[in-house]
Structures are given as C-alpha cells and as structure tokens.
Design a protein around this ligand. Sequence first.
Ligand code: CA
Length: 517
Amino acid sequence: MQKSVIKPPAQLPRYIRISDADNVAIVVNDFGLPAGTVFACGLTLSERVPQGHKVALADIAEGADIVRYGHVIGTATRHIAKGRWVEESGVRLPAAPPMDQIPLATKVPLPMPPLEGYTFEGFRNPDGSVGTKNLLAISTSVQCVAGTLDYAIKLIRRDLLPRYPNVDDVIGLTHSYGCGVAINAPDAVIPIRTLQNLARNPNFGGQAMVVGLGCEKLAPEVLLRAPAGKNADIMSLQDEAFTGFGPMVASILEMAEARLEILNRRHRETCPASDLVVGMQCGGSDAFSGVTANPALGFTSDLLVRAGATVMFSEVTEVRDAVHLLTPRAVNVEVARALIREMDWYDTYLDRGGADRSANTTPGNKKGGLANIMEKTLGSIAKSGTAAISGVLAPGEKANTKGLLFAATPASDFVCGTLQLASGITLQVFTTGRGTPYGLAAAPVLKVSTRTELATRWHDLIDFDAGRIAAGEASIAETGWELFRLILEVASGRKKVWADHWGIHNALTLFNPAPIT
Ligand code: CA
C-alpha cells in the first residue's frame, strides 16, 4: 500500500491519498475545511468537507468507479466534480465479490524473518499457556444465578481477596444463556463452545468453578466438559443441602477461597513474546481507521507473528467484502476454504434474519466519513498486516496454532471481545476513531485512537495515539514498533490500560444464532 502524506505545518490544509490509483482523498484537518480552501497541490474545495470525509481529486462521472486504497469502494450515483465532497449518498455500494471464483492460497507470503529476544512477564500455566493477568473467574451455567454470584463476588472482593495479594481480581462469567434456549439446535454449539472455552482462558490459571441452578438446560458438567455426577468444581443453588440464601453464598465463598489459595501461588516469570495471544478489533471506526490505527496495528501484528506469537483478527462483516484479498494469503488451500466457509455461514445467517452486509456501517461510521461497508472493510483488513493467514477459527473455537489467525466473529465489540476471549486471547488491541470506553474484565484492552484529536480529548481513556501518522509526525513503522513495545509492557503488568485503571468492563455477550424458546 503506497502512502503519500503531505506534510506542511499543522494548520495548513492537508489530505491523505493512500494509493496512486485513488480518485478520492480524505481531509485530515481537525473539524474539516471550508469551501475555497486551496491545498498545496492546487486542488480547491468547492464546498465544506468535514474531517475524515472524502474530496474528489478528479471529476468523477455518474456511474464511474470511486477508488480508495487502490480498490473500488463504489460507483458514483451522480457526477461529482473535482474539489467536491464525496458524500455517502453519492456512492453506490458495489456487489460483494462472488466466493466461487476467488483465488485460494495463490500468493502465500513468505515467512518473515524471525524476531528474537522479545519477552514479557507472564503467568505460566501447567498446560503451557501464559496469562497476562491472574484472575479467579467463576463460570455460570445459566443467567438465573447471576445476581447471586454478583452478591458473592462483592463479599469475595471485600473479605477474601485482600488475603491473596497475587490475585488481581475475581470476576463472574455471567451471561444470558442456559435456560429458555434451543439447546439441541445445530447453532447452539456456538454459545456452548464459547462458555466451555472461556472458562479455560489462560488469564484464569486453570482454576475453573461453576455456579449453576440445577434445572437449567446447559448442564454445568457440559460447561466443564466433565462426566455427569458429583463434581467438586460445580455447585448448584437448588442443592437440597442449602437452607436459604446464606449457605449458598457461603458455599461459593468456600469454593472461591480454595482456588484463590492456588492462584495466589502464581508469579510472573519471563516468557518469550511467542507466548502472547493477542486479539485485534476495531469499533467506532472512521475514515482514519484505515490510514493510521489499523495499518499501524497491521505492522505490529507482523512483528508479533515474527516473534512467534498468536494474533487474531475477526469481524466477519468487515472482512467479507475484501475476502478475495485475503484468501490468496492463506497458508494453504484448506485455510482459504475455511475462510470462505465462515463467510458463507455468515451470509446465510444474515440472510435468514432478513439483513445483509450493509447493516454493518453505523451512523457514527458514516458521520466519520465511511460511505459504506466496502470502504470500511478495506480499512479494517489493514489490521491483518502482511503475514500469511495460518488458521481460521469458527466462532468461540480455541486457537491451537501460532501465527496470524482469522477468528470468525460478529463485528459487535462486546460479542467479538467475548468470542476472542474464548479463542484464548490474553490481551486485545482495539482501534477506534469515534471513541468508545470499551473494556474487558478478563483481559487488558489497549485502545488505539485513529486521530490525535480523540487521543487528546479522551486523554484518560485512549492508551495510544496513532493519529500522529496522519499529521506526518510518525511513520506507520515507528508507530507499529511503539505499539509492539507497549503490548509487552501491558502484558507484563508494568503498564495498566485506562479501561483497567477505571474498571470499565463491558458485559460478556454471547453469540447465540440458535433459537430462544
Ligand atoms: Ca468491532
């Protein structure tokens, strides 16, 4: 991808054109630029263009291609004169690429030179996985118990946790599943697998326990993949041994304390960067996402892959329109077919709900300058860097290969976050243009802004500013390296992300495409 950043002093009008083939560019200046603005190249704006929105670099005839990132993002619904604002209504969404004719593993990137000597301080588990946090996570098999567990967790935090200083926190893996669900429907495998794998996230140290009710459809044994019958890791509120609420809570505290004792013996030790499992996602995207934060994260992703780590990108609806650019990068034909399988599954899922991929772009995306899902997608896949795609995970599947993986998830921030946690991420990097205070209790979420203005305004929510790339103050490579080093600091517990500083943590949100009864 070619980048031509015009780099005059800050107050001069600037735009960014990504590829020489582009006939549009985006306005960089905060708050946009007024009609009559003249750029260094001589281009004159004939109307006001908001920040992050597109200006036509040439006359674009009605029906002609509108090109950004070197790819067609749509066709013009009307004649657009050079210097005019290319508004959303002026761009017609192109058809999604047909999936029966796309190239499979035809341009597999060569392995990149290994990056050695980078380490972080992590919590190594008996199964070899490494956590970035030391958390007691209490699973639940049904929503009915959530209130009781929340009550117990308050007591655990107040009365038990101070005695176990090596444990970072106690969290409840509560959710809306378990009862009133079509447990045998084919797609029920997704929420069930998600809960099973969530309990095994490396940040929880292998000390799973489940609070159940007793009559739910999702049996707690299934959640632990254990045989039915007496199990010391499971308690059910309906157990006849409990007379009233107090003993139920006491039982949860007793089970929790046994696990806190074990977790408290965990200590950070030096681990190679190859032990990291990093999730990537974006939310509240704008036109800068694909210019600053996502390409920088793509560079970081390549560094992580070179260091031997596992890196996931996700969000099917933000990948679907560019899948023909990803399948050639699959490490083999099977992986390419798996990518298509996940896209196909999602097409059918959306179709069944009477929706299509155009449902993805939000009012905020459009306000930020993204005309449609094609434009958003081209910016989104920049996160995947340039490495070969070495594996594909269905929603909630656990990663068992290293390298760059595609973990199929919806784009919804908390649903993607929940599924990536089930897939085993121990840290997430989240790029945002419009801004969101999003965070996860189970893993640090490092938030990267696409614009300096956001990083300045949200100085105590955004962890890293990639907007300096648009201002010409830092290159994608410099920014990518900085982000890589920051990931190692956060994974080591030396640096706390803002979401953890404030304790802003979104609810776990399961992806349940199966019917509710
Ligand atoms: Ca998202």
